[in-house]
Design a protein around this ligand. Structure first.
Ligand code: 13P
Ligand code: SF4
Length: 359
């Protein structure tokens, strides 16, 4: 259910249920024992993940799942989870799941008091930009991104000096500091549309060199790229993809556009994480290779019958910093809170909002 509310949960949870607590102060850590009550309360959620989480592991997850879902209601909090989050987060505690664009859009329409970001820091910053008056929490503020770390606001100012008058597009995988310096943001699902929206001959596109090259292959606009790369997608090679194809010529191979262009050229389809999920759900291939972060195949496998997933397991170490225990801590102690200097936020928000307004 990409970019949608998850079944059985609500983005606008009832204002206050359960114990008498101060919604904006710390609450006692819930009991985390595996009890018959926990088993009963989480049985419907285990149904969703039983194909990928063995029964022996569920008693470790279930007490956290119940505690997080209870606390979300008490705090009027919502959890936004990226498609790369682990199955127990994606399927059992997330209210909203999706790719970066869908999460940004849904963050903008949330009426919860607290947003907990199941994802990396730039995603939490984007949620904060769109919800300046809300409490936005990231369960581990060290959850970074090799792309976001490859460029600073000062770098963008230098690029502008070097290429005066050339519009600047930033992938959302950037810090608020960078977003404040650019004309507009984009995600993997709308990069081409955003680049062409200026009607300009040249556009600076940062920071992902491979996404830049993949977009350049589809447009007449001359792209000036930065040298950043996603440490997960740059590890895939064309040779590796050819080997999978040679082993089984009937396999369908789909890739994220952060992969190098020679990898993309070997694949049957390229799209954002949400577009890749839609591809599998609509085409129902017999065997599919998802050339992307490997938790996503687990999440799609939990929702799809009749497709065999072949996957080289490249994990994003930053996405994997987010765990159920850290999400619970986040809700109990209201940490780590994302804050952005209001003047910087005002400028950064404009770039994100322009992207959203483009549709
Ligand atoms: P999507 O916007 O396609 O979900 O990609 C985000 C990301 O970080 C991929 O590595
Ligand atoms: Fe960043 Fe790559 Fe991880 Fe996505 S998968 S968050 S682009 S490092």
């Amino acid at each position: 259910m990409q970019g949608q509310l998850q079944t059985g949960s609500s983005i606008a949870a009832p204002a206050f249920l359960g114990r008498a607590i101060d919604r904006f102060g710390a609450v006692p850590m819930p009991n985390l024992a595996w009890t018959p009550e926990v088993e009963r309360a989480t049985a419907h959620l285990y149904e969703k993940v039983k194909a990928i989480i063995p029964p022996v592991e569920w008693p470790f997850h279930a007490p956290y799942v119940k505690a997080i879902n209870d606390l979300k209601r008490e705090r009027n909090a919502v959890i936004l989870a990226h498609n790369y989050q682990t199955p127990e987060i994606y399927n059992c505690v997330a209210d909203v799941v999706g790719d970066s664009r869908q999460l940004a859009k849904l963050a903008a329409s949330s009426d919860a008091d607290i947003i907990v970001q199941g994802g990396v820091h730039f995603m939490a910053e984007t949620s904060k930009l769109l919800n300046p008056d809300k409490t936005v929490l990231i369960p581990d503020s060290k959850a970074g991104c090799s792309l976001a770390e490859s460029i600073t606001g000062a770098d963008v100012r230098l690029l502008r000096q070097r290429y005066p008058g050339v519009p600047v597009v930033a992938y959302v995988n950037t810090s608020a500091d960078v977003k404040a310096e650019v004309d507009i943001c984009c995600t993997s699902s709308n990069a081409l549309k955003v680049v062409e929206s200026f009607g300009a001959e040249r556009v600076i596109f940062l920071p992902d060199q491979y996404l830049a090259q993949n977009v350049a292959a589809q447009t007449k606009v001359k792209i000036i790229a930065w040298h950043g790369a996603c440490e997960v997608h740059e590890r895939f090679t064309a040779e590796e993809i050819r080997r999978y194809r040679a082993d089984d010529p009937s396999i369908e191979i789909i890739a994220h556009p952060e992969c190098p262009p020679d990898v993309v050229a070997e694949c049957d389809f390229t799209g954002s994480t949400a577009a890749m999920i839609d591809y599998v759900k609509t085409r129902k291939p017999k065997r599919v290779l998802m050339v992307t972060e490997c938790s996503m195949a687990d999440n799609v496998a939990a929702e799809t019958k009749g497709t065999e997933f072949v996957r080289p397991c490249n994990l994003c170490p930053h996405m994997k910093r987010i765990t159920l225990p850290k999400i619970l801590d986040s809700l109990v102690y209201l940490r780590d809170e994302v804050t952005i200097d209001p003047l910087l936020a005002e400028r950064a928000r404009r770039s994100v909002q322009r992207m959203i307004d483009l549709g």
